[in-house]
Write a protein that binds this ligand. Structure first.
Ligand code: FAD
Ligand code: DLZ
Ligand code: SF4
Length: 510
């Protein structure tokens, strides 16, 4: 029998930095002890971007200080502590032993990898992570009796459930989704707001030194480091986004400009995923901006949809499909990830710009992730496991529960269409329409085949032909296959030959 009055060890992970965390709500500060541990297993299970490690460790240290101010007893283990065992499990065991505590409580981790480690241990209790708006039961209840799990229908349920942008039982403005208004290409003279940037304080400066010393061989530029590492500053970043960028968020959501890495995006995902912001408070703030006349409906609806729709939906898919999901490879893609995903050494301006920016900021916005680096990997037939590991490493907001469905499902179609109804495959024409990349590219976006043709053009048709058996029956690709069928055999051969020559250059690379 459990002694309910015995002290407990409450473990708080690096992406659980929320005062309203389930395990903290359950705890008694006069009896229990919080454990937070910086451990090499978490900092190296993929070679995370240096900025991501610095963000998580500094935010953990600030959060521990905040908890101390509230009077919580804390055992905080630093990465360089000589006794550090290097893993969360090791640190839990060590704390239990040294403190003489039997029972451990943790809010369920966001990644299956850790849940598997923590499962079936009699003295370890995992509480549901209720910082999300749809629990597993809610999602499964919605998904169980459906043939197709389409985000749009899940999103409508979430609008009803939360009451966000609702007019009684109807969506505000009469439409659920204003995406059709959100496809404006970027103009060169567009005003470009920047996210709110913060000077590193003494705690962050210490962490930066640690990261410089220990993770020099990881991808990414560490300085300048400007992320918020406290809830107070993350809230300031939210206010800044609402003031400066939200009104145009919808209009230019899909646009890309070479020297504007953030455009009208919020750059808040890293704070939200680490627990410094709560999804509902962000959505309420955006809803208020609309009701006060500061942001149009297409912007507010578009933003809220990303959070209560896409974010919750991908999490639901992840937990429904794990553990097998991250190994999915529906299209049997096997090509190794080209080295230029790390070096940015490629003549394709769109790829070089997105990868350069990823290296410098640990950030790229959705369309860059989906339609540039993701699209290229899909068209070139890169092994989805390698693509998944790249995305998990390089972005400051990357945790497997949100990254894997976006990569394996949305971007690589490796789940065979469970998440998206068709592959996000596009030729150079799409990138040219939505960006200013092509003007300064060595490749010619208007050239379809042969020397100097845009690789996206060449690979697009090769991708469709290569995967014909699996994709031809997809109704959303009917027009594309119809166009292919109408091409002369000579033209088709021209495409396939050009693609083979281009793909050979990838194979020949070191
Ligand atoms: P904004 O454009 O300002 O959007 C607002 C918020 O909506 C984001 O902060 C985010 O919390 C949420 N959101 C938007 N789209 C999605 C989505 N598709 N799935 C989940 N949440 C979404 N998001 C991550 O948080 N972590 C990842 O590791 C991640 N990997 C991705 C990989 C690929 C291949 C793709 C296509 C998308 C990925 N996304 C990921 C989703 C999305 O690209 C990022 O959430 C977004 O770019 C973060 O920047 P932002 O805060 O400026 O977002
Ligand atoms: C991402 C990360 C990193 C880099 N380091 C730590 C750490 O040292 N200690 C910790 O508790 N958490 C860290 N995290 C976040 C975890 O990896 C995250 O909690 C799991 O992946 C579950 O989502
Ligand atoms: Fe990218 Fe092709 Fe445009 Fe070059 S021409 S920037 S490769 S889409």
């Amino acid at each position: 029998m459990k002694d309910t009055d015995a002290p407990k060890l409450l473990v708080v992970l690096g992406d659980q930095l929320s005062l309203n965390l389930a395990s903290l709500r359950r705890a008694d500060p006069y009896r229990d002890i919080i454990l937070m541990a910086e451990v090499s297993e978490e900092t190296t299970y993929v070679r995370h971007h240096k900025k991501k490690i610095a963000f998580v460790l500094s935010a953990m240290r600030h959060f521990a200080e905040e908890l101390k101010l509230y009077g919580w007893p804390i055992r905080y283990v630093r990465l360089n502590d000589p006794e550090n065992t290097g893993s969360l499990m090791g640190e839990i065991e060590r704390a239990r032993h040294e403190l003489g505590i039997k029972d451990v409580v943790v809010t369920t981790p966001g990644e299956h990898r850790l849940v598997a480690q923590f499962a079936n241990i009699p003295w370890l209790e995992m509480l549901e992570d209720d910082r999300f708006l749809a629990g597993h039961e809610d999602f499964n209840g919605w998904a169980d009796d459906r043939k197709h799990l389409r985000m749009e229908y899940f999103y409508r349920e979430m609008r009803r459930k939360t009451g966000l942008l609702m007019d009684g039982s109807e969506p505000l403005g009469g439409q659920w989704n204003y995406d059709a208004e959100n496809r404006k290409p970027a103009k060169a003279d567009l005003f470009r707001p920047e996210p709110l940037k913060f000077e590193p304080d003494a705690v962050t400066r210490d962490v930066l030194q640690l990261v410089e010393g220990r993770f020099d061989n990881h991808f990414g530029t560490l300085r300048p480091f400007w992320f918020a590492v406290t809830r107070k500053n993350a809230l300031a970043a939210l206010e800044h986004f609402v003031d400066t960028a939200l009104p145009h968020f919808g209009d230019y959501q899909d646009a890309m400009l070479q020297d504007a890495p953030f455009l009208y995006h919020s750059v808040l995902s890293l704070y939200l995923n680490a627990g410094l912001l709560h999804p509902m408070e962000m959505c309420r703030r955006v809803e208020r901006a609309h009701s006060e006349g500061h942001a149009p409906l297409n912007a507010a609806e578009g933003y809220i949809r990303q959070i209560i729709g896409w974010r919750e939906y991908v999490r639901g898919i992840y937990w429904r499909e794990m553990p097998g999901y991250t190994k999915s490879n529906y299209l049997n893609a096997t090509r190794p990830l080209p080295e230029f995903y790390w070096s940015a050494m490629t003549d394709m301006t769109c790829m070089a710009a997105t990868i350069d920016q990823t290296r410098d900021e640990a950030y790229a916005h959705h369309i860059q992730r989906l339609m540039v680096t993701g699209n290229f990997a899909l068209l070139a037939g890169i092994d989805p496991v390698q693509v998944h590991e790249w995305y998990l490493a390089v972005y400051a907001d990357a945790y497997e529960w949100v990254e894997a469905p976006n990569v394996i499902g949305m971007s690589q179609f490796a789940d065979g269409g469970l998440l998206g109804s068709k592959p996000y495959a596009a030729s150079g024409n799409y990138i040219n329409k939505m960006s200013d990349y092509c003007g300064s590219c060595r490749y010619d976006v208007s050239k379809k085949t042969g020397e100097g043709a845009c690789p996206f053009n060449v690979l697009y048709w090769d991708f469709l032909k290569r995967n014909e058996e699996k994709l031809r029956s997809n109704p959303r690709l009917g027009t594309a296959y119809h166009t292919w069928d109408k091409m002369s055999a000579e033209k088709q051969q021209d495409y396939l030959g050009s693609a083979a020559a281009y793909l050979q250059t990838l194979t020949d690379q070191p």
